[in-house]
Design a protein around this ligand. Structure first.
Ligand SMILES: Nc1ncnc2c1ncn2[C@@H]1O[C@H](COP(=O)(O)OP(=O)(O)OP(=O)(O)O)[C@@H](O)[C@H]1O
Ligand SMILES: [Mg+2]
Length: 210
């Protein structure tokens, strides 16, 4: 069965894009069919796959309902990609004004040709992220193990709780994913031992498509 993995954290610079792109490349390397969706107007996943972000058909067109999902897919060396656009910021405001959480879920409804769809999210809990959570099977939260990084988690969890309750009851938090641990400074004490070891083991399970 297809997995739709959302890589999200409200905090910036925690490794969301690095995790998304590398997961996509590794899954593709193991022979899976992988689609990466760049949902961040910063377009970092798009540019890291060698695309310039000025693609005629992109994720903003898909969310605006002016292009079908298959029209927006680019084939790259590492995986298929729906590129981001700088217009995603405006698109987010339009979706938010309409309260439309379902645009991506509906677009992906008949997309059964991929084993994994991976969505790289911007560093906030906005309508782009809400659409990703509603369409997803699993959420992965890359984070550093500093206590400051923990602060953003409450917002992530409360958004996921709301989405599970009202829109996508099957949504699974697949794991916190500690991508960096900068030593034993005060701000890491009491965080990395309890949380990261648990999360690594949790993240290792459940990602195989059934
Ligand atoms: N596991 C890691 N170990 C060390 N450095 C990392 C790791 N993952 C990412 N980085 C570095 O951290 C920086 C931020 O990574 P990245 O752009 O993936 O974060 P992000 O969460 O997508 O950022 P944003 O919130 O701005 O979208 C980059 O310089 C990246 O090379
Ligand atoms: Mg990013």
């Amino acid at each position: 069965m297809r997995k739709v993995l959302v890589v999200s954290n409200e905090k910036g610079g925690t490794g969301k894009t690095t995790t998304s792109v590398n997961l996509a490349a590794v899954f593709h390397g193991f022979g899976n069919r992988v689609l990466l969706i760049d949902s961040d107007p910063q377009m970092n996943a798009t540019s890291s796959l060698g695309c310039n972000g000025r693609n005629e058909n992109n994720y903003a067109d898909l969310l605006n309902g002016v292009k079908y999902v298959r029209e927006c897919i680019l084939h790259t060396e590492y995986c298929d990609l729906i590129p981001a656009s700088a217009r995603l910021g405006v698109t987010e405001k339009i979706l938010a004004s309409m309260g439309n959480h379902y645009q991506l879920a509906e677009a992906l409804e008949d997309m059964n040709e991929y084993d994994y769809v991976i969505i790289d999210c911007p560093p906030r809990m906005d309508e782009l992220v809400r659409n990703a959570f509603v369409a997803a099977t699993d959420v992965i939260v890359p984070m550093s193990t500093s206590s400051y990084s923990m602060d953003g988690l409450m917002q992530v969890y409360s958004t996921i709780r709301m989405v599970k309750k009202y829109e996508n009851p099957g949504l699974n938090i697949n794991g916190l994913f500690p991508v960096s641990d900068r030593g034993s400074g005060k701000d890491t004490q009491g965080t990395h031992k309890g949380k990261s070891s648990h999360s690594v083991s949790k993240c290792g399970s459940g990602l195989d498509p059934e």
